[in-house]
Design a binder for this molecule. Structure first.
Ligand SMILES: [Cu+2]
Length: 177
C-alpha cells in the first residue's frame, strides 16, 4: 500500500508540473479534441511538442532546445504512407514533408527572412485542424493527418511555422524500396 501511495503522489506532482510549464493549457493531460479516422497504407505517428510560449520569449536559444517533432516509425516501405499527427504542445503546429538530398542532414536548412524554410519540392502536409491535408495549423490537443505516395528516399518532416524549424521541429523519415 505504501508503494501505491508513493506512486500516486508522484503522478499528482507530474500533473502540477505540466500545468505550471504550460501556463494552464496542459493539452497532454486532457482528452484530444479529435482523432484521425483509420488511415490507409503505412501509418507514421507524428507527435508535435513544445514547452509553451512563455518559455520562448527570450529568443530561439540553442538549436532544438524548446520544440520537438517525433516520427514513429522513422522508416517505412515505399508506396502509400499516412501521417497521423497529434499536437501535444500549447501552440499550433504543422507537418510538411520535404525531400532530403543525398548527404543532406535533417535540421540543417536555412531560415529565410520570414523565419521559415524553403518548401520547394514539398510532397504534402498535415496542417488542417481535425481534418486531412493542408490548413491553417493543428491546434493544441488536436490531430491532423494526410496520405501521400512516397518513393524510396530520405525525407524530412518539418514544422514550418516561423522559427519552429530552428527550435527543433524536424525529423527524418526514410522510405525503403
Ligand atoms: Cu511548430
Amino acid at each position: 500500500m505504501r508503494f501505491h501511495d508513493v506512486r500516486l503522489a508522484g503522478a499528482v506532482s507530474a500533473v502540477m508540473f505540466t500545468t505550471v510549464v504550460a501556463g494552464g493549457a496542459a493539452a497532454q493531460t486532457q482528452p484530444l479534441k479529435c482523432t484521425a479516422p483509420p488511415l490507409p497504407g503505412h501509418v507514421v505517428n507524428v507527435t508535435l511538442a513544445d514547452m509553451g510560449p512563455g518559455m520562448m520569449s527570450d529568443g530561439p536559444g540553442p538549436q532544438g532546445m524548446r520544440m520537438r517533432l517525433f516520427a514513429t516509425p522513422a522508416k517505412v516501405p515505399a508506396g502509400t504512407v499516412s501521417l497521423r499527427v497529434v499536437n501535444e504542445g500549447v501552440i499550433a503546429h504543422e507537418v510538411v514533408v520535404l525531400p532530403l538530398a543525398s548527404g543532406q542532414a535533417p535540421g540543417r536548412r536555412d531560415e529565410g527572412s520570414d523565419q521559415r524554410v524553403d518548401e520547394a519540392g514539398s510532397l504534402g502536409e498535415a496542417s488542417h485542424d481535425c481534418a486531412a491535408g493542408k490548413g491553417e495549423g493543428i491546434s493544441p490537443g488536436a490531430m491532423g493527418w494526410t496520405t501521400l505516395t512516397l518513393r524510396p528516399g530520405r525525407y524530412e518532416l518539418v514544422c514550418n511555422f516561423p522559427g519552429h524549424y530552428v527550435r527543433g521541429m524536424y525529423a527524418e523519415l526514410d522510405v525503403t524500396g
